[in-house]
Design a protein. Sequence first.
Length: 215
Amino acid sequence: MVKGVIFDLDGVITDTAGYHFLAWSHLAKEIGIEIDEEFNEKLKGVSRMESLEAILKYGNKENEFTWEEKEALATKKNEHYKELIQNISKKDILPGIEALLKELKANNIKIALGSASKNAPVILKQLGIEEYFDYVVDANQIKNSKPAPDIFIDALKGLNLKPEEAVGVEDAEAGIEAIHGAGMVAIGVGVNGDVNVNSTEELTYDVILRASKVC
Ligand code: G6P
Ligand code: MG
């Protein structure tokens, strides 16, 4: 029987992926690199610094900046991103998610957030759903981002659950790999997991129970 669900944030709880893309493409343009939505798929679930490294590599500029300059670029992107998300609120929760969180709570299932984003706590607060979460991964403390399993391993620890007692929900390939690396069953939202849904509207309590049977 499933005892916990670990959710990714961007693309599962709210659609901030578009804002990450806007902020990265704006910054990339400033340094002469054009990125498109297809390339952006590779950045989903990937940490801020690793995303910047991937963009520089894509533009053949990986050796053009010092570490300090790269830090400044990442900070610039984040400042822009924070501006873009400053007005997000309850209306930006993806369809079906709050009802699912309520149902999980009513059934005594623990809930964690397994996001690589350092902005995750602020976003949860803005969405007004932080009280549903028993544990939120502190991305500042996690060295290896997705596809490494560290974030989900930390979330399992935070919920005090074994991998076979929880399922993970992800919208990115790197995230599915991370869930599997932590030894858990993965539900894919628009991406290939062990149990798949096309959108969060289809992500019901029944789907969670179905996934837990795969455990
Ligand atoms: C999530 C997103 C990534 C983002 C990462 C770090 O995993 O899917 O696109 O790069 O978080 O986000 P941050 O808010 O810390 O820059
Ligand atoms: Mg995501």
